[in-house]
Design a protein around this ligand. Structure first.
Ligand SMILES: Cc1cc2nc3c(=O)[nH]c(=O)nc-3n(C[C@H](O)[C@H](O)[C@H](O)COP(=O)(O)OP(=O)(O)OC[C@H]3O[C@@H](n4cnc5c(N)ncnc54)[C@H](O)[C@@H]3O)c2cc1C
Length: 395
């Protein structure tokens, strides 16, 4: 029997690639199955907060690769990347030959349609199967793998808000004097514009090469169908301009030349009772899709990946099913309460659209920022949680 520890990752988004980077090691054969024909992220900015940027930049050693591309914003230690840049850096770190451990194999055009969680076997849509000691389900908010872990379907819930996202080349924007007299697009901060119940969140990315805009609209004033939950669904410019027609012309003018427009209906998941079953674990949006109000979705996916690497660190050759399951239980115990709280807080911040059913988290934004940022990895977090439980049991 081979001594190699075999790992399958379903999904090559930020969660899947982060897990590939984190788990890469000698004696490990890691395969990522990605349904798309190539790994492409959409044209938009994504911010990583210190809890995650520390892991990616310092612990995984990707700071230089990221710094060549990033545009830091002046909001504490938050860093904004172009999504494609973050994905490229993670992919190169997973598959490159210049890092320790066996390079990860990424198989594109490979859609997984089912999983036997006890056997660690996945079936692809071409009928082929693959088996591994550990299966990581990182297949996003519309996860197909979730039903095999939970034994039932659970889908994400629409929140009543949709988001357009697009990029404007910086040179083009700087030529619009009406805009630049109010906003210097090269200033490294995030600008938010509120207009009734519409919201624009904008800022520079790629060292000021482009300006990223996310435009949030309540569904009832959206002029188009937003039922798709894919990042890659397209919006229509005339309809987007119609939704934002109350904005002043100096703000709308740069939007009139936009060539490619994405549209995303914001959804989140109810917290799941478990993320693990047999040899399989859900991570990222598949486990805890959350609203972007705290900008923590990808950061939480990165924390998941770090947790897996921490709890599987001592496994240097093929583990037994029992070993795998015990480590998955530890990873889950370290992650579930924290990710769930951030998920619920993100929902609470989206009031009033989701106010009705939300769980109230009694933290002010400052406490919450500190909770988010002062994170030192899954093992440290779990030991703090366990000590707290011990103290309260002793009291
Ligand atoms: C408007 C908006 C703004 C946001 N801004 C931020 C931010 O600033 N900071 C932040 O941290 N987070 C942000 N987020 C959240 C963040 O984008 C997500 O949490 C993150 O991208 C989730 O990554 P993922 O890998 O789990 O899922 P995804 O990125 O959805 O990746 C899943 C991958 O799995 C593949 N896949 C799906 N099904 C299968 C299958 N059956 N077989 C094989 N492959 C499959 C998909 O093709 C995809 O490549 C934002 C979200 C929104 C909506």
């Amino acid at each position: 029997m081979s001594a190699t520890f075999r790992i399958i990752i379903v999904g090559g988004g930020i969660a899947g690639l982060a897990a590939a980077v984190a788990l890469r090691d000698k004696q490990r054969e890691i395969t990522v199955f990605e349904q798309a024909s190539q790994l492409n992220e959409i044209g938009a900015g994504i911010s990583l907060q210190p809890n995650a940027s520390k892991i990616v930049e310092d612990w995984w050693g990707l700071k230089d690769a990221l710094q060549q591309r990033k545009s830091a914003v002046d909001q504490g230690a938050r860093v904004v990347y172009h999504r494609q840049d973050l994905q490229d850096v993670l992919r190169e770190a997973a598959t490159g030959t210049d890092r320790p451990g066996c390079p990860v194999m990424i198989r594109t055009s490979s859609r997984v349609i089912s999983c036997d969680v006890d056997a660690g076997a996945v079936t692809l849509d071409d009928g082929s199967t693959a088996t591994a000691d550990l299966v990581i389900a990182a297949d996003g908010i519309k996860s197909k793998m979730r039903r095999f872990v939970l034994g039932r379907d659970q889908n994400a819930i629409p929140t009543g808000i949709s988001a357009y996202r697009f990029m404007i080349p910086m040179e083009e924007l700087e030529a619009i004097a009406e805009f630049t007299q109010f906003i210097n697009p090269r200033d490294e901060y995030t600008t938010m514009v509120l207009c009734h119940d519409h919201r624009l969140v904008m800022g520079p990315v790629r060292k000021g090469e482009a300006y990223s805009v996310v435009a949030l609209v309540p569904d009832e004033t959206l002029h188009e169908d937003s039922s798709s939950t894919s990042w890659t669904s397209h919006g229509e410019k005339s309809k987007m301009l119609g939704s934002f027609s109350d904005l002043p012309e100096w703000l709308l003018k740069p939007f009139r030349n936009v060539s490619s427009l994405g549209l995303w209906q914001l959804r989140d998941l109810e917290p799941l009772e478990t993320w693990i079953n047999g040899r399989c674990i859900l991570i990222g949006d598949a486990a805890h899709a959350m609203l972007p109000t705290q900008g923590q979705g990808a950061s939480q996916a990165i924390e998941d990946a770090e947790a897996l690497s921490a709890f599987f660190q001592d496994i240097q050759c093929r583990p037994s099913p029992h070993d795998v399951h015990c480590r998955l239980q530890d990873a889950f115990a370290s992650r579930h309460d924290r990710a769930t709280l951030i998920q619920q807080y993100s929902r609470q911040q989206a009031k009033p659209a989701t106010e009705k059913d939300s769980v109230k988290i009694k933290m002010d934004p400052e406490e919450f920022t500190s909770f988010n940022y002062t994170y030192n990895g899954a093992k440290d977090w779990l030991s703090k949680v366990q000590s707290k439980v011990q103290r309260s049991n002793n009291a």
